[in-house]
Design a binder for this molecule. Structure first.
Ligand SMILES: [Zn+2]
Length: 372
């Protein structure tokens, strides 16, 4: 497998990554500025100067995008959410905020922080241009950066989810209705806006302007993201209604002196679990994962004591937690089964397949009720 991103550096504990697709846009912008805009508007410099100005502009543009994403991230962190990464890619940047905002106010503040940052950066370049009123290449670079930051701010304020403006709209709707309805409406606006961009793109292509291709690609990307955003919210809103305690597989803990043959003969056919709780001699709850032993012959399994292959209990969930949180934990730690623990007692195991079948049933019912 190829890594999709190149790790750059860390800022405020957030890992900044560069997606390979970023190089395409970086080259296109540098090229367009050096060979097109700068060399035509500001004549009289050697060719290399335009390429230098183009490269500096493209780097500062992406520094601006990074600051935009960083503002989302820092506000998210201040509202108690965790942000581990920011990825820069062909359509700009994305802050990987690990969870949904807990309330409309947080959602609003996190969303609005990005465009505000872009406007402030735009204003910063405006001040430089204002105090350096010479019509030369330096002024050209400053002007370019001012304009793109203002465009970045305004474009992101379009109320089309998952753009920042769409998140603001969702926050405002959420403060009056439930999150699912708010997400549904704002992502519908998002899909509509995506089709608008695609139409504009097709029109441009017909008129012989190849920039139209860019609008089409951006539109397709936004349409996909708007739909995915709604599905994600739908999934969590369904699963938030259910508690882990009603769906766990109740399982009796193993003892350290039992053999793996016992587990495969008496436990596995009944529970179909890969992990089992074990109570060690000092009363500590540990976990045994039998998935690695499924192909080992029975006579070998008879020689392996459960107590010799246990692991510490690292991941677990409370029975009163929701299935939405259980799924979050499973996705975060990339596991299929999570032990359910209450007051140092093992109640059982919650399985991903159980959660998925509940989800499937609910979606089928919702479809037959024509809610979706
Ligand atoms: Zn943003």
């Amino acid at each position: 497998m190829f890594a999709k991103t190149i790790p750059l550096f860390r800022l405020f504990g957030i890992q900044i990554n560069l997606d390979y697709s970023w190089f395409i846009i970086f080259f296109l912008i540098t090229f367009a500025l050096a060979e097109g805009y700068y060399s035509h508007v500001y004549q009289g410099y050697p060719g290399i100067v335009y390429w230098f100005a183009g490269t500096v502009s493209a780097i500062l543009l992406f520094a601006s995008v990074l600051l935009h994403e960083l503002s989302h991230s820092l506000v998210a962190i201040s509202r108690g959410l965790s942000v581990k990464e920011i990825d820069l890619f062909i359509f700009g940047g994305v802050a990987m905020i690990e969870e949904e905002a807990p309330d409309p106010k947080s959602e609003f503040l996190i969303a609005i922080a990005g465009p505000i940052a872009s406007f402030l950066i735009g204003f910063f370049f405006f001040l430089i241009a204002y105090y350096y009123p010479h019509d030369d290449l330096f002024n050209g670079v400053v002007n370019y950066l001012m304009i793109v930051n203002f465009i970045l701010g305004f474009f992101n304020l379009v109320p089309a989810y998952p753009l920042d403006g769409g998140r603001v709209l969702r926050a405002l709707l959420w403060s009056r209705k439930d999150l699912l309805t708010a997400t549904k409406i704002s992502s519908q606006v998002g899909v509509f806006f995506a089709y608008f961009l695609i139409s504009v793109g097709i029109l441009y292509i017909f008129l012989g302007n190849l920039n139209g291709l860019w609008y089409c690609l951006l539109g397709l990307f936004l349409r996909q993201a708007a739909k995915r955003g709604f599905e994600q919210t739908l999934l969590y809103s369904i699963l938030s209604k259910y508690k882990v305690q009603n769906f766990l597989v109740t399982v009796k803990p193993l003892f350290p002196n039992q053999t793996l043959a016992d587990v495969f003969n008496y436990y596995y056919p009944f529970y179909h679990l890969s992990i089992y709780p074990v109570i060690s001699d000092n009363g500590e709850i540990r976990i045994v994962d039998i998935s690695r032993y499924k192909r080992v012959p029975l006579e070998e399994l008879e020689k392996i004591k459960v107590g010799d292959i246990t692991e510490p209990l690292r991941i677990y969930i409370s029975p009163f937690d929701t299935l939405a949180n259980a799924l979050k934990i499973m996705n975060k730690y990339k596991v299929e089964e999570v032990p359910v623990i209450y007051r140092n007692t093992v109640l059982g195991i919650i399985k991903r397949t159980t959660i998925e079948s509940i989800l499937e049933r609910e979606l089928m019912e919702a479809k037959s009720r024509r809610v979706l």
